[in-house]
Structures are given as structure tokens and as C-alpha cells.
Design a protein around this ligand. Sequence first.
Ligand SMILES: [Zn+2]
Ligand SMILES: [Zn+2]
Length: 262
Amino acid sequence: MLKIIDTGSDGHIHTRLCNHAVGTMEEYVLAAMDRGLHSMTFLEHLEVGIHSSPRTWLSRTDFEEYFREGNRLRARYADRITIKLGVEAGYNPHETGNLRAALRQYPWDRVGLSYHFYLVGERHCNLVSRRRENLDLLAAEGIDRVVTAYLDGLLAGLEVVQPDVVCHLDAVLRHHPDIRLGKDHLRQVDTLLAAMAERGVALEINTSGYSIRNCPFPEPGILGRAMALHIPLVAGSDAHRPEDVGRFFQRLPDYVTDAAAA
Ligand SMILES: [Zn+2]
Ligand SMILES: [Zn+2]
């Protein structure tokens, strides 16, 4: 029987190239082999037209190094682990043309869709940050409204980014104490999942959620609905430190089974 989720493969790994992670690419490869993974996918941050400092994504020069070093590692460890070079593309509703153009420049093994930055006035606020000033600005904007815009953005992003996988689907405002998805939001999620199923886009189960809210992204209700639509699942640690590669993956088989039964 085909496994519902492959926990021998980590589909979401960052490196120090993104400016907010630590560890070289090789240190992540060594960590993945240490964990006994048979494959790993670097999924580094690409953002287009975002005004926010410090920069938390890769520049063009960074991506050149990413592919150079990634290809070297791929060859060096070819007999021990499969290494893929992908991108976590941040959706930006105001720069869709430039985003498409940027994505066309590289031969990605996998494209992940996320939506990280939301424009409040002249300022881009990080939707998944724990920084107080970000959370306050977004809360002043209205949590419901921001969540609605976030889910709309992911839906629109399917067309613009043409992703293989949607990352941390319900991670929006993950550090805000009042975050919850209302009935209308869940209807938006259903529309999004239906569009993903139609396009064959996978859903990431992002285990960084275990550290933040003791439950991965997405929550079991959303995961169950995705599984009912036969959307493929991908495990991702969202590692920003080598020791986080494959974190909590041993919990995923039960998590998935329980979500399917609920
Ligand atoms: Zn990151
Ligand atoms: Zn992300």
C-alpha cells in the first residue's frame, strides 16, 4: 500500500542564505542523513516587491550560490540522499508579473506557495512573524479582514505561482493569541482545497506548528477535508536550524490517520 505521507523526506528546509536561518546547506544535508532521510528539499525564500528590512529572502546573487552549492552537494552525496532545490515563493498581489518573471529564471525542482507579507498602508507586515509591532499593526487592520485577504491571496497565488505544494496553509497570524478561522474563512479554505485538488497541487504538513501551537499546519479539520479530496500530502519541517530537519516527523502517521477519521 502506498504510504499516505512519506516521513523519510523533508520537503521544506531553509539555509543561512535567507538571513534568518543558521547553518550552511551542507550542514542541513548532514543533518538529514543523520536523521535517516532518503530525500530532502531545500525550499528557500523568494519574495518580489516587498519592502521590509532586514531582508528575509534570497537576492539574485544568493540564488546563484544556492544552485551552485546545491548542485555540488547533490553530486557529492548522490549515493546517500536525494537533494532537491526548490523555492518557497511568497505571493504578492501587487507584483504578480514580476513574481512570474522571477520564478521563470531558475530550474526549481519544487515550487511552494506561501503568503508572508501583507501591505498595511506603505508597509509590508509579516503575517507569520512573532514580532509585536507586526502583530499590532495587523490586529489594528482587523484580524478577520487580514485572514480573508490571506486566503484570497493563496487562491490567486495558485494561478500566478503555479505551485507544486501549498505551504503552512493556516499559519496566518500564528503568533497572535486571538487567531481563529471563522465559518467564512473555512468556506474560503474549502474553495482553496477544491482548486488545489483540481490542479493536482499538494498540501504541506508543516511540523513547525508543533513548536508554536502543539499542532502542525494545517489543523486536523483542514487536513481531513484535504484528504477527502485526495490531495497529496508532503511533510515539511520548515527547518531554520540544521537540528530541526525532520522535526516531529515520527508523529505524522498518527496525526494523518486521526485527521482522516475525524
Ligand atoms: Zn523563513
Ligand atoms: Zn513560510
